[in-house]
Design a binder for this molecule. Structure first.
Ligand SMILES: [Mg+2]
Length: 259
């Protein structure tokens, strides 16, 4: 393990950079809003009491969050997740249960998501800088979600060929923030915890999870919310975009300077 001695503290040089996927590498929230409202439009008839697509999306936030929590707790599978979510959209539109309408919503939502997802503009320059540091540095994507959907999106965005380590919770028996999830990523990267950094937008799953497993962590604060101490262990850095995060990484690849 390459390392350096800074103020008496031995710090390992970085060998692995792990990125969260949704809202870190691609604009999940933007794509989700566009896909939901497009797919839900046929249910928004303009009749009295019928919500517009934005209002319908707002009404579905809580039931969709609830189904996601049950999915992540492995109480329901991928198919049930989408059956329940689609039925919730129909109900929130004020329409009696209608499996055909729900299935049509799901098909349209998934198809539109695939068209709408795109990498943030700072991803390509970040990857080019970090790829130039290979093979000393290994890149990875660590994401929670159904394996088939996340895998397809990662491939669609061209990340599969560029990031040798891809860990998707749906293919494991655990998810972020569990330390076992990060240990699996480290095993695939052949790196020790102090040799890796996690970059992500979620204080719990990305930052607290990585810190608990012994990795460094960079909180990606694209919206400028700042870091709240109530969120748990402090990240090693807060970056407003991936350019700032990349600069932090590059400085620590060769020298192992203090975090
Ligand atoms: Mg995220």
């Amino acid at each position: 393990m390459a390392s350096s001695q800074i103020r008496g503290v031995k710090i390992a040089a970085l060998r692995a950079v792990f990125f969260d996927f949704d809202n870190t590498l691609h604009d999940y929230s933007g794509a989700y809003a566009r896909a939901f409202e497009s797919a839900a439009a046929p249910m928004c008839t303009g009749a009295s009491g019928s919500p517009d697509p934005t209002e319908l999306r707002r009404r579905c936030e809580e039931p969709w969050r609830h189904t996601w929590q049950r999915f992540m707790a492995r109480q329901i599978d991928d198919a049930r997740l989408w059956t329940e979510r689609s039925a919730a959209v129909v109900a929130a539109a004020g329409i009696p249960p209608n499996p055909h309408l729900a299935a049509a919503f799901h098909r349209a939502f998934v198809a539109t998501m695939e068209r709408e997802i795109r990498l943030f503009g700072d991803v390509e320059p970040c990857l080019q800088v970090l790829e130039a540091l290979q093979p000393r540095l290994l890149l990875g994507v660590l994401t929670n979600g159904p394996w088939a959907i996340q895998q397809a999106r990662i491939r669609h965005l061209g990340l599969e060929a560029r990031c040798p380590v891809i860990v998707i919770s749906g293919a494991l028996g655990c998810s972020k923030p569990a330390s076992a999830f990060f240990r699996e990523a480290l095993r695939r990267a052949g790196a020790a915890p102090p040799e890796a950094v996690m970059i992500g937008d979620n204080p719990e799953t990305d930052i607290a999870g990585a810190k608990a497993a012994g990795l460094a962590a960079i909180f990606l604060d694209r919206v400028g919310a700042g870091w709240s101490r109530s969120w748990g262990p402090e990240p090693d850095a807060v970056a407003s975009d991936l350019r700032a995060a990349t600069a932090w990484v590059v400085a620590r690849v060769e020298t192992g300077t203090e975090r």
